[in-house]
Ligand binder design. Structure first.
Ligand SMILES: Nc1ncnc2c1ncn2[C@@H]1O[C@H](COP(=O)(O)OP(=O)(O)OP(=O)(O)O)[C@@H](O)[C@H]1O
Ligand SMILES: [Mg+2]
Length: 148
């Protein structure tokens, strides 16, 4: 499926609809080049889960956890850009962070990718003529649940 995201308001609204659909264990894998809008969409999803306030870009920390009651579900926001090998995701304890949580992953391929997981919603962002275009694919758990 493709989704037109002509401006920041569209990004914000879609992020909130994705947030409403999320269940523990899901992954939102956000790919796309520099400036494609990955962090913008991640921030909208995190706000949609209830977080009120700033969402630091995890490009330095790599992993940024958020826990209830400030958010509806525990979630981990990760930016794997700086990983040199997928194994490093395990070394920083990704599996422990993910236990019972939603993972929002920027540069997911740098962590080995998550598209094989039934709970993975893969979103590839591209610069379009107007704003951004998202190419969306969901794993088996997302059947009938992909927000439009
Ligand atoms: N749908 C949209 N329409 C127009 N501008 C957008 C849209 N989404 C994001 N932007 C703008 O694109 C710029 C880059 O967005 P963002 O920082 O989220 O990209 P990124 O993919 O996280 O980049 P990086 O890989 O460098 O961290 C920002 O200025 C943001 O406001
Ligand atoms: Mg970013």
């Amino acid at each position: 499926m493709t989704m037109a995201l002509p401006d920041l308001a569209a990004m914000e609204a879609w992020g909130r609809r994705i947030a409403d659909a999320l269940r523990p264990g899901d992954v939102v894998a956000l790919s796309g080049g520099l400036g494609a809008g990955k962090t913008t969409l991640a921030r909208a999803i995190i706000a949609g889960l209830g977080h009120d306030g700033e969402v630091p870009s995890p490009s330095f920390a790599i992993i940024e956890p958020y826990d209830p009651p400030a958010v509806r579900l525990p979630l981990v926001h990760a930016d794997f850009y700086r990983l040199n090998h997928p194994e490093e995701a395990q070394e920083i304890g990704l599996d422990d962070y993910r236990d019972g949580a939603v993972l929002i992953a920027e540069w997911p391929d740098h962590a080995g990718g998550f598209a094989h997981e039934p709970g993975c919603l893969s979103i590839a962002l591209e610069v379009g003529e107007e704003g951004r275009i998202a190419i969306v694919e969901g794993g088996a758990d997302w059947l009938g649940r992909i927000p439009v």
